[in-house]
Design a protein around this ligand. Structure first.
Ligand SMILES: Cc1ncc(C[n+]2csc(CCOP(=O)(O)OP(=O)(O)O)c2C)c(N)n1
Length: 329
């Protein structure tokens, strides 16, 4: 699964590459801060970090147009950031503050930002996959030219809704890109204990759907496949399932931190960290140490300001409890 970095990177400006690097660091810092804020009691319920999966969010969203649409799971903070959501409003939502994207009523697992095409992150495993199929179908019928991308985990691919969506989206050729982040675990269950075949893409083959396996820790590889799938979908040729092989560092959620980590697995996970890998690729391409450092510093500042904004924001007022709950007829 090696990519020809030089070939892909040739078509991308250095400014854009630096912005990817900044985004990956912003996501990492955002998640690290979320874990810390959770441990201090500022986040109620739970929060699910996407540490080590940053290349998938950034590589995929780089292939999208600003008005393309995105749906994700509870592990969706990074994907929202990569799609353009404001880390301040995201962090405020994680902390259930009135200034958050859903006015503090959604929390970490229910993020929504229509202005950036983010049609929701979802706490129910696989529930958003058919919704994404419907969103893509609506764009097709309305001829808007938009593509919908849907992120989910390997565990979600055992749910019936996943198969139903593969079938109908392929039958109707809807503009949908399905991104499976195969991080090997569904909570504590390893894929080898829950999946009948080693590759999730085998399921797409059963429906005649275009599919690809990529190294999810290589941002260039993800970008290349995502771009090709997005172009395929926008051209009216239907969906693609991309399986990004990746890892999930040690924890399902901030709550279960460290409960079942195995030192050998931990070492293997650390070795495939997508951020130092991208850093090395950028240096080999001639970008300079100080340029990368500037992006790292900027990412830290963005997240520090997001945390300050969230901590200084008020909780929703009791009077607002029933606001935005019912649709107006
Ligand atoms: C329908 C449903 N079943 C069970 C759960 C409990 N649950 C939450 S996350 C999760 C694991 C999902 O794993 P995967 O799809 O691989 O995604 P990951 O968490 O690894 O990103 C489970 C079983 C749920 N939220 N919804």
């Amino acid at each position: 699964m090696e990519t020809d970095v030089a070939l892909i990177a040739n078509d991308i400006s250095r400014e854009v590459l630096l912005s990817w690097y900044k985004q990956m660091h912003t996501i990492r810092a955002f998640e690290e801060n979320a874990i810390e804020l959770f441990s201090k009691g500022f986040i109620t319920g739970s929060t699910h970090p996407s540490i080590a999966q940053e290349a998938i969010a950034v590589g995929t969203c780089a292939a999208l147009q600003p008005d393309d649409l995105l749906l994700a799971t509870y592990r969706g903070h990074g994907q929202c950031i990569a799609k353009g959501a404001d880390p301040k409003l995201l962090m405020a939502e994680l902390l259930s503050r009135a200034t958050g994207y859903c006015k503090g009523k959604g929390g970490s697992m229910h993020l929504c930002d229509i202005s950036h095409g983010i049609f929701g992150t979802n706490a129910i495993v696989a529930a958003h996959i058919p919704i994404a199929g419907g969103v893509a179908l609506a764009s097709m019928l309305q001829k808007t030219g938009q593509v919908t991308v849907c992120f989910f985990g390997d565990g979600a691919c055992c749910e019936g809704e996943f198969f139903e969506t593969l079938n109908l989206s392929q039958l109707w050729k809807v503009p949908l890109v399905l991104i499976c982040e195969n991080n090997e675990y569904a909570i504590s269950v390893h894929v080898s204990k829950s999946q009948a075949t080693p590759d999730i893409t085998d399921r797409a083959k059963g429906f005649g759907m275009r599919n690809a396996i990529v190294d999810g820790n290589d941002v260039f590889a993800v970008y290349r496949e995502a771009l090709s799938a997005v172009q395929h979908a926008r051209g009216g040729n239907g969906p693609t399932l991309i399986e990004c092989k990746t890892v999930r560092w040690e924890r399902h959620s901030a709550f279960s931190a460290g409960r079942y980590e195995d030192p050998e697995e931990r070492q293997r996970w650390r070795k495939v960290d997508p951020i130092p890998r991208f850093r090395t690729q950028l240096l080999e391409m001639g970008l300079l140490e100080h340029q990368l450092q500037a992006m790292e510093d900027l990412a830290k500042t963005i997240v520090r300001e997001a945390v300050e904004f969230a901590l200084n924001s008020p909780a929703p007022s009791p009077e607002s409890l029933l606001e935005d709950i019912f649709a107006e007829s």
